[in-house]
Design a protein around this ligand. Structure first.
Ligand SMILES: *Cc1c(COP(=O)(O)O)cnc(C)c1O
Length: 399
């Protein structure tokens, strides 16, 4: 009998008790709206922002309704408008080009390498085409940020970071999200802190922060923020910045605050699981693990590997055989977007040009979530299953 895995790839851990208690408190007093505070009270949302600013080292932080909303707000606050080209990754998730399209701006895709990071040669060649790069650290893979910043600085491109998969990660000791002018995080259930939906935006730029606060729908109550710039910054922008409501509320902030305090521990736990999977997959014939650079401190909340240059039917066979044994793999090479695997050429609204070398990488990417409800033994079992099924498909002629 071959082994079967019976765990759920979509089951996260429960909200910590402290978060449940804090949420009940908010429900009992009923002041869920972030600006609905009793005299002298500081709301949970303002506290969350203050705590995330401290954790990231940023001057300012704004909590919002989703990661996608944070990105659209960051772009708007940075002055991106209708028709403007915005550089972004060909390998990313739909909300990233979606945030650009939300402004009527135009995504311009930059290729992906077999390390699953943005192709810096492609970026260097095309940086002159736009004033902003929305850089997605897709699935937590961080490119050489020193070189990326050199390229962007030289071309006058401002960088906005999508850190949906890098909350808690770092490049050469710099907290992920602290290289660009602004960074966006998601607190959607499958990311590194879970409030169902939610987003955080950080920046050191007072003007940008003030615009973002007004954009998110502050009803001129920005004085109740703890991690926002001083009133003068708002005076300069308050009559020229529209309200596009997308605030976070005190209930979700209450759930999140204790999770931020646990982030370091959770990163360690994710990475322990990741290393078991990686060790189990390494040296499987026909399979390439993604080697992580020394400078990258990553968060192993998901794992990717490549079946380079395999025939599509053989990759499908691996996915099906693993699924039959309880292991859910997502394939980025499928012609039709499914679940969370859409690819640049499925975003027809952006009229993407063909990218043959990226297509070749995408065609080999398999992706798997690693929820913290998995034990290390679970991860070892999953790796054994993948290894066995890849080996069978490889021997029967993967190329
Ligand atoms: C999840 C995700 C986001 C933000 O998603 P929301 O669901 O809007 O919070 C952004 N970028 C990537 C790469 C993501 O996976």
């Amino acid at each position: 009998m071959s082994e079967v895995f019976t765990g759920s790839f979509t089951q996260q851990e429960p909200i910590p008790e402290a978060g449940i208690e804090a949420a009940l408190e908010v429900l009992r007093h009923g002041r869920l709206h972030r600006y609905n505070t009793a005299p002298g009270e500081i709301g949970e949302t303002a506290l969350l922002e203050q705590e995330f600013a401290a954790l990231s080292g940023a001057r300012y932080c704004l909590a919002v309704a989703s990661g996608g909303y944070a990105m659209a707000t960051a772009l708007r606050a940075a002055g991106v408008g209708p028709g403007d080209p915005v550089l972004t990754n060909a390998f990313t998730l739909a909300p990233v080009p979606g945030a650009i399209a939300a402004l009527g701006a135009r995504p311009v895709f930059i290729g992906v390498t077999d390390r699953l990071t943005i192709d810096l040669d492609d970026l260097a060649a095309r940086a002159g085409q736009a004033g902003v790069l929305l850089l997605s650290h897709m699935r937590g893979h961080i490119c050489d940020m020193d070189r990326l910043m050199e390229i962007c600085d030289a071309a006058g491109v401002r960088v906005i970071e999508d850190c949906a998969h890098t909350m808690g990660a770092a490049w050469n000791g710099v907290f992920s999200g602290r290289h660009g002018i602004v960074a966006c995080y998601s607190t959607q259930t499958y990311k590194h802190a879970n409030s169902g939906e939610g987003g955080l935006l950080i920046t050191d730029d007072a003007d940008l922060a003030a615009r973002a606060v007004i954009l998110s729908g502050s009803y001129m109550l920005y004085g109740r923020h703890l991690a926002a710039p001083p009133p003068e910054a708002f005076e300069r922008v308050k009559y020229v910045t529209p309200n596009i409501s997308g605030r976070m509320d005190n209930l979700r902030a209450a759930i999140l605050r204790p999770q931020l305090g646990m982030l370091e521990t959770q990163v360690e736990r994710w990475n322990a699981r990741y290393r078991v999977l990686e060790d189990g997959l390494r040296d499987t014939p026909g399979l390439a693990v993604i080697e992580r650079p020394e400078a990258e401190r990553f968060v192993g909340s998901s794992i990717q590997f490549l079946l380079p240059d395999w025939k599509a039917d053989r990759v499908r066979e691996v996915v099906a055989r693993c699924a039959a044994r309880g292991v859910e793999l997502k394939w980025f090479g499928a012609p039709e977007p499914a679940g969370f695997t859409s690819r640049y050429d499925s975003w027809h609204y952006a009229a993407p040009a063909p990218m043959p070398s990226s297509d070749r990488v995408l065609a080999g990417i398999l992706d798997m979530r690693v929820p913290l409800t998995f034990s290390r033994e679970d991860c070892a079992l999953i790796a054994r299953i993948i290894r066995a099924e890849v080996s069978v498909a490889w021997q029967t002629g993967a190329r």
